[in-house]
Design a protein around this ligand. Sequence first.
Ligand code: ZN
Length: 308
Amino acid sequence: MKMFRGKFFIFFVTLFALVGCNSAASGDKENTIKVTTTIAQIGDIAENVGGEKVTVESLMGPGIDPHLYQASQGDIRKLNDAEIIFYNGLRLEGRMGDILNKMSESKPTIAVGEAVPTKLLLEDDDETDKMDPHIWFDISLWLFAVEEVKNSLIELDGENADFYEENASAYIKELKELDKYAKEQISAIPEESRVLVTAHDAFKYFGEAYGMEVTGLQGLSTDAEFGLNDVRSIIDLLVERDIKAVFVESSISEDSINAVVKGAESRGHSVEIGGELYSDAMGTKGTETGTYLGMFRHNIDTIVNALK
Ligand SMILES: [Zn+2]
């Protein structure tokens, strides 16, 4: 009998704990601000600045190319459910313009890229009036995005302004340290080897900020095909400059870069794949490269190891 009661006791304690946990979890969810972002880089800002006050959902996971991305029914639901939406803008999310416009009629829908002063943006070489959207690769520009997310959260939830301010300061401090690390590491590569060849032109801001020459096989967006001429001119560059490594991107097929490696080989110049860089998409959530700081550091270390 004693044992019987003991079991019952455990049963009730367990039941109570489960019910208790459940209501606590759903209670938290109800009291947080629902944030939906396009790319996960922006989701990372919202999580760091918003902390426990926000629930963040990013539509574009690992390996997803934002230039070509189209919103699914599930995405539209997540955008509808959001209290606030952050996206990059500058035409990064080229195929989501209509849906984002529609969302802006009913809730704050903010292009963080538009917070960067125009004079600091790089122009698209191929198209006038079009700016390079890949601003997250220059940390000094990305800080404008952090400020924009912080200000937008404060506007929505002024009561917690101090909380957002503090979180943003801590995050900005880490970003500035990473910026310093990037400059130190890249400058350790011999100057003539500071050439970054990738599948598409995601790294121009990176090149400007950290002192590398960058070339992509495709332009700023991946929606245009690359031609034989593009492959040939990159092979010329590799041979002429004696470049030892090129890089694949996690969100783009490796075929284009493999064609470059083969082409260089046929001209007697051996080039290796220096590793995989996170360009337009971050790594898997819960891993090192699933955070902005982690993926940026991964890129720096990969580039330095291959070119040093
Ligand atoms: Zn891109």
